[in-house]
Design a protein around this ligand. Sequence first.
Ligand code: FMN
Length: 187
Amino acid sequence: MGKKIVVLNGSPRIKGNTSMLVEEFAKGAEEAGSAVTVFHLDKMNINGCKGCFGGGKNPKSPCVQKDDMEKIYPVYKDADVVVLASPLYYWNFSGQLRTAFDRLFAVAECDKNYQNPIKESVLLMAAEGYGFDDALSYYKNLMKHLGWKDLGSVLAGGVMKIGDINGHKELNEAYELGKSVATSNSL
Ligand SMILES: Cc1cc2nc3c(=O)[nH]c(=O)nc-3n(C[C@H](O)[C@H](O)[C@H](O)COP(=O)(O)O)c2cc1C
């Protein structure tokens, strides 16, 4: 049985290494019957969270800021799986991904206990080096705090320029992970 999957792609390079991981992941997922929506965060108008704690009043438009997060909220709420995709920037997620993720807090504000909706999750990352430890540990802690179920990650090191990832085994790993997500049964 397929899943509803939302991908938050935090790479500014639309044809870059992260996007190629996303493409392969989505291919595997769709072949296995899932529906995938990809958001290229850098191409969207998404402001940083203001920390106003004033959101959550209207579940259909939960944030006080009215920007392109309005496109993401309904898809996010409906999704079974959230894929976090990012280049490694200074040993962590890109600012684009962090910024959008902060803004998901407005959805949690719809719940009186600030409970985020429970999701499954996947991490896809690309980097010039192989220093993924901090990002991976951040991701795992984040999933633990949110109560989300990590379905796996693909971390492609040794790729810097657009296209460097061609021929790397991680593309196939992303494809296989996409396929497997359709049938995971963890929620
Ligand atoms: C601002 C910035 C910070 C970066 N920081 C790191 C880093 O900490 N470690 C690393 O291995 N590569 C780092 N890189 C290299 C990128 O992760 C690498 O080029 C990656 O393939 C980019 O993915 P993309 O093609 O999806 O944009 C950085 C690149 C930029 C532009």
